[in-house]
Each structure stands twice: as C-alpha cells, then as structure tokens.
Design a protein around this ligand. Sequence first.
Ligand code: SAH
Length: 218
Amino acid sequence: MSRLQGIGMTSQRTRDRLVRRLQEEGISNQRVLEVIRSTPRHIFVDEALASRSYEDTALPIGHGQTISQPYVVARMTAALLESGPLNRVLEVGTGSGYQAAVMAPLAGEVYSVERIRPLLDLARERLGELQLRNVRLKHSDGSWGWPEFAPYDAIIATAAPEQVPEALLQQLAMGGRLVMPVGPQGVQELVLLTRTPEGIERQVLDKVSFVPMLGGTQ
Ligand code: SAH
C-alpha cells in the first residue's frame, strides 16, 4: 500500500467522509469537492497527526503555523473558481503546501510564497511527491506579492494581515480576484476583492480565524 493511497484513518473511505461533511456544510462546487477527495491531506501533516488529517479542522504544522481547515480551503478555492479564470494564481503563505496542491489541478500556474524556510522546504518535497509540476515556490515575505509573474487572475492569502497589502492589489489583473482573511486575531473576515475598471469591489464571505500575516523571512 503506497503512502499516497493511505490506510485506515487515511484511506479513501475516510476522505469520502470528509467530502460528504463539506457538502453538508454548504460546499457545492463539484470540481473543488473532487480535488479534495483525491488530494492526500495526510502527507501534508506530521505522521503523528495523520490519523486526524481528514477531520475538518486546522492542525499544527510546526513553527507556530497550521494547515488550513478543509472547509476554508474549499470555500476560498470555490470563491476564486466561480468568479473568473485561474490561469495564473498567487498564494501568500504556502505553509504545508496543501492549499497549493488543491489549487494546482484547477489552475494554469500556481505561484506560492512562504516566509519560513523549513516549511517551504517540506512543502516542496510533498508537492514533488504528488508530481504537481505547475506549482512554483519561493522563500519570501509575501506581503510584497511576487511581482515577477504579475499580474495574477487570482490571489489567495492564507495568513491574515490587519489591512490588505497594497502590493497584492497592484498585482491583480483587471477582473482579478483576491481572497483573504483580514483583521486582528479573533475577529477576522474572509473577503473577496475584485479589481474592476471602477476600482476594488469588496464582498465579505465569512468570519474566520487564521494565523497572522507577518513581515520579513526566517
Ligand atoms: N496554505 C497553508 C496555510 C498555512 S498557515 C496550508 O494549506 O497549509 C499560513 C502560512 O502563512 C504560514 O506558514 C505562515 O508562515 C505564512 N505567512 C505568514 N505571513 C507571511 C508572509 N508575509 N509571507 C509569506 N508567508 C507568510
């Protein structure tokens, strides 16, 4: 039995159960549900936590960070998928690499930046294991975006700043969407911002709780 396939609490049956739960919670996008069904979340967490990897919760990944809750991953991915093209996507906060792995089959190219080097190295290994070749990673402070490949059709940030960084808005293509948590710890909102000829349109999707977006690298 290969590690990707999983057994017991990491088996396909357990993953199917997670997908049913997401459906009950209101996720209806079939393409997103299908990718979540086929993505082995257990390889993105420490082996000691593998048996909990198909629970709908965030889990620790070290360095004070967490792998995002599957519901939130599904919600953010669906919001971007349903609002326009995904040829070029930027993610701020690679973390475990799980959100990037979910985005990859739905997007043309995924560019993902992470400020903590050891997390980025591990994510690179895991994405390699899944042979996802359209994900490019970089060690840097993502509040500056990744100007080299801008503009992006979509930007997803998985850490919460108190205010949306201006650089991210500037790197959005016309019609591009940015989904991210914004606000201080405990009272964050998940917002969907769209760049239109008239300016930035703002829609609040949910109340959420993410780790903070921090400056600099380590
Ligand atoms: N998408 C990740 C979620 C990880 S938690 C996953 O699916 O596992 C958010 C991540 O954002 C953390 O790893 C944290 O180190 C990173 N982060 C926080 N501020 C950042 C910044 N300014 N630039 C890049 N990454 C940042």
